[in-house]
Design a protein around this ligand. Structure first.
Ligand SMILES: C[S@@+](CC[C@H](N)C(=O)[O-])C[C@H]1O[C@@H](n2cnc3c(N)ncnc32)[C@H](O)[C@@H]1O
Length: 551
């Protein structure tokens, strides 16, 4: 702590008192050496804490460092005296490095996309949180002083994350009312202004559902220099925060913890209502629709944590997209491909994202390879919950010229290979009493795509749908669901070749959506079919083709 600095946090207050005590002890001959040594040790511990946290916390970005420097070197008294701010703003009210990183971490951990900040000051906390938001995330910062928006804007513009921040100038309460009127909701709210009104802000946020279900409210300065628990506190802010903390502790809608970082950060989250809370509300049906199945809301129920999946043809295109989607949703993924390098590259991508994955080289038209694929997964991970049978080939020829060789090759991968995968993985799943099989069929199973000629492909994919329906009905009473996805024309590098370019124009005129499918358009479907939310669905052909089959 700097010599003239007013102590701002419980630790700084302790340091201040220890320095004073040490000073008295050093001038008093009767103080035992041991007591002086204990005082020194306590001072070392307390005064070293903030420095250590500062040093060890991940370095702030350049725009944040600039914002900090600009805030600390600005003459806030002069600005006030010139009438540019309504109030005299103490530069110490900046959030700062360690707290800024803590907020950013909370944003990551809660996967927040929309954040509301009450009290922006020069925007250090706002920019820290914006750095933790996804590209399409947004942060609304409420600030009373128009001068602060002008101050922070040039630095926000230097940061790639600054565009996520919208500053609302005016009284925070007015902004909250505006946001509530338009039905806005936030994943995280950071309250850091106007301590006497914390309870009012909190109640308004809760009563108007500005906090989304399972959202988090963070409150700054909730230890307020330790005055919230010191008996002799008389200042209005200390007393307001004491009342606020107690109010939250008594509110059955939420639970809270105060992290003793800097001046204290409260973390408050809405809890699910107990049956006792609902007793007085006899018009409410307390069932799985109200509470979520096993207490889990819909998006949570689509997670695949702990599940084991494989994707054939996982080395590129749709299969690669499926492997990423299943992994992102929480599954471990075996990436299966004929091409070892491609399988290994996708596994490398998944591992880099923190997803557990293994590559398996297999030609699914060979029964030994299919058996080896399944055995490898079971011996490595002990189960197979999700079988994504996606590998397929597509050859073009006019029907009168189609060779039996082309027909056999297509069928041996697209239908015979698909059946072998379903059968071998299905045996494991039937034993487990649980499994989700997702086969890749094609829009060609329901329409005849043109002008290209591909009788063996179209017929094999129609076969995939019938295979899916048959297995789907045969196995559902033993816990194994079998469905398929029929993509339309997917935008892959192959499609942009010289030969195919004229066809693309033709196809586009047949697609109501006006564009080809991207691999990412198909990813949610595989997660849906792989998760328990689709357990009542079996033998279904989920067509995703931008409306092409309807024209
Ligand atoms: C503690 S500072 C905020 C620090 C900031 N969160 C940061 O990250 O550095 C409080 C800010 O709240 C603003 N403020 C105070 N009362 C307000 C109100 N009623 N409405 C909106 N902003 C207010 C002040 O102008 C000041 O800039």
């Amino acid at each position: 702590m700097l010599p003239d600095k007013v102590p701002d946090t419980p630790v700084e207050v302790i340091v201040d008192l220890l320095i004073k005590a040490k000073g008295i002890a050093s001038t008093c001959a009767t103080v035992p050496e041991e007591l002086k040594s204990h005082l020194q040790k306590a001072l070392d511990i307390a005064s070293g804490l903030d420095n250590y946290l500062e040093k060890i916390t991940t370095k702030e970005s350049e725009p944040l460092a600039e914002l900090y420097k600009k805030t600390m070197s600005h003459n806030w008294d002069q600005v006030f005296e010139e009438g540019k701010t309504k109030f005299r703003l103490p530069k110490e009210c900046i959030t700062g490095h360690v707290e800024g990183q803590a907020l950013k971490m909370l944003i990551h951990m809660s996967q927040a996309k929309r954040v509301l900040e009450i009290g922006m000051f020069t925007g250090y906390g706002a920019l820290s949180m914006a750095e933790g938001l996804p590209e399409d995330g947004c942060l609304v910062a409420c600030e009373l002083e128009p001068y602060l928006k002008e101050f922070s804007q040039p630095i926000f513009e230097k940061s790639p994350h600054g565009k996520k921040i919208t500053v609302k100038i005016g009284s925070a309460m007015e902004t909250l009312k505006e946001l509530a009127a338009t039905g806005d909701q936030f994943d995280m709210v950071f309250i850091d202004a106007d301590k006497n009104n914390y309870i009012t802000y909190y109640n308004f946020i809760m009563d108007n559902n500005l906090l989304r279900p399972q959202g988090v409210i963070c409150v700054d300065n909730s230890l307020f220099k330790a005055r919230v628990y010191l008996k002799d506190t008389t200042d209005s802010n200390g007393l307001a925060l004491r009342d606020f903390n107690q109010f939250i502790a008594n509110d059955p809608r939420v639970e809270q913890v105060i992290i003793p970082l800097r001046d204290g950060i409260s973390l408050i989250r809405r809890v699910s209502l107990t049956s006792a809370h609902l007793l007085s509300q006899d018009d409410i049906t307390d069932d799985e629709v109200f509470r979520g199945v096993k207490g889990r809301f819909i998006l949570d129920r689509m997670r695949l944590d702990g599940k084991v999946a494989y994707v054939t043809g996982g080395g590129q295109g749709i299969g690669r997209g499926f492997a990423h989607a299943l992994g992102e949703a929480g599954a471990k993924v075996a990436v299966v491909d004929m091409d070892q390098t491609k399988a290994e590259t996708v596994v490398k991508e998944l591992l880099l994202k923190g997803i557990n994955a293994i590559p398996i080289t297999a030609d699914i038209s060979k029964s030994v390879d299919v058996q080896r694929m399944v055995d490898t997964i079971v011996s490595k991970w002990g189960a197979i919950h999700i079988a994504c049978n996606n590998a397929g080939i597509n050859k073009n020829s006019a029907s009168e010229e189609t060779s039996l060789e082309e027909w056999d090759q297509t069928f041996s991968v697209n239908l015979r290979g698909m059946f072998m995968c379903c059968q071998v993985a299905g045996r494991v799943m039937l034993k487990q009493g649980y499994g989700k099989i997702i086969n890749t069929a094609s829009m060609a199973s329901i329409i005849v795509p043109h002008p290209q000629k591909q009788i063996s492909y179209n017929t094999s994919k129609a076969g995939v749908v019938k295979l899916t329906q048959t297995l789907g009905t045969e196995w559902i009473d033993r816990g194994v669901r079998v469905n398929c996805i029929s993509p339309g024309i997917v935008d892959t590098p192959l499609i942009h070749s010289e030969d195919l370019r004229p066809l693309v124009q033709r196809w586009l005129s047949d697609i109501p959506a006006g564009r080809l499918a991207q691999v990412t358009d198909l990813q949610a479907a595989v997660v849906y079919l792989a998760s328990d939310v689709s357990n009542y669905m079996t033998g279904h052909n989920l067509v995703i083709e931008g409306g092409q089959s309807l024209w």
